[in-house]
Design a protein around this ligand. Structure first.
Ligand SMILES: Nc1ncnc2c1ncn2[C@@H]1O[C@H](COP(=O)(O)OP(=O)(O)OP(=O)(O)O)[C@@H](O)[C@H]1O
Length: 307
């Protein structure tokens, strides 16, 4: 299996409702997601990420296009394609009278997992809910509910795990625990697809990233190449209060930051850092401290989703 998911010409238009006009949420998406990696799906609010995920998971009907999950065409083999994917949703609503153990058993039943193949205890241990296995869901903290949602997504041992904003509003401990679990599952061979608003997190976690905006795919690239493709770096200098600048090599853009430091952005393909430092030193500008800043995913994201 080379691609976990293949999407071609995918369109979704939500029908008009009352006074709300019809909404074209996906405008022809072509996207292949390779098996075995951690793939990040990013985009501003309303870009269409949840729609895309929900179509993959078989929860929302597409308007046009072809979606293949783990080699199964959704329209031809809906059951198999649904069985290959597990989704940890954003919303936390769950039945307050179910215990985590019961929730997992019910979910396994829904997926037709035979009793002998269930791994309820292992799942509870995996997400750290062994001690709460028999507590009512209404007594679980927000963090525990989220962990239960992750376990629920895994009852049928899907090949693909989709996480929709898994760390939105969760504390640092839970976030680290979630990522440890996700990495472990990925190392065991599970393909991971996630959406997140935390770009730093996406940068650290994802091998590949796709950005969608207004229902269209704007870029999809290996994370490293995505960042390396940005020809911009910044030197940040403490000039000890001196504000007289010499002429800098063409292409360099100096700017004074609020903290009084001088930030010079420049294209490293054309200008070397030592040329900038030589120009400053040659003009007698004191350099008390110097730091270098690389472009990050946030820069790429802002550029790709502008307008
Ligand atoms: N059930 C629905 N009926 C009508 N319009 C919808 C429905 N669901 C989503 N939309 C609209 O489709 C567009 C894409 O929404 P979607 O939830 O997929 O975006 P998103 O990228 O997941 O955003 P967010 O990050 O806010 O979750 C939005 O304009 C949204 O208002």
């Amino acid at each position: 299996m080379t691609n976990a998911i293949e999407i071609a010409g995918l369109r979704k238009t939500y029908a008009a409702q009352g006074r709300a006009p019809a909404k074209e949420a996906l405008k022809g998406i072509d996207l292949d997601i390779p098996a075995g990696g951690i793939f990040g799906l990013l985009g501003p609010n309303g870009a269409g990420k949840s729609t895309l995920i929900n179509i993959m998971a078989g929860l929302v009907n597409k308007s046009a296009g072809k979606v293949t999950i783990w080699g199964f065409d959704q329209d031809v083999n809906p059951r198999q394609s649904r069985a290959a994917i597990g989704v940890m949703p954003q919303e936390l609503n769950m039945d307050p009278f179910f215990t985590p153990r019961a929730s997992l058993e019910v979910q396994a039943g829904l997926y037709g997992v035979p009793k002998s193949e269930r791994w309820t205890d292992e799942l509870l241990a995996l997400v750290g809910l062994t001690d709460q296995a028999n507590a009512y869901a209404r007594n679980l903290s927000g963090g525990m509910r989220r962990r239960l949602l992750l376990a629920k997504a895994l009852v049928h041992r899907p090949q693909i795990l989709v996480l929709d904003e898994p760390t939105a509003g969760v504390d640092i401990t839970l976030r680290e625990m979630l990522w440890t679990n996700v990495r472990k599952l990925n190392e065991q061979g599970m393909t991971i697809i996630l959406t997140t608003h935390y770009l730093e997190e996406a940068e650290q976690m994802c091998d590949e990233i796709a950005i969608i905006n207004h229902g269209e795919l704007v870029i999809r690239q290996n994370t490293r190449d995505l960042l390396a493709g940005k020809d911009g770096k910044t030197l940040v200098l403490d000039t000890g209060g001196s504000r007289d600048l010499p002429t800098l090599p063409e292409g360099a853009k100096p700017e004074w930051r609020a903290d009084g430091r001088l930030a010079i952005s420049y294209p490293p393909s054309r200008i070397r850092a030592d040329q900038l430092l030589d120009a400053l030193r040659g003009a007698g500008v004191p350099i008390l401290d110097v730091a270098s800043e690389q472009p990050d995913l946030e820069d790429v994201f802002v550029e790709m989703t502008r307008g």
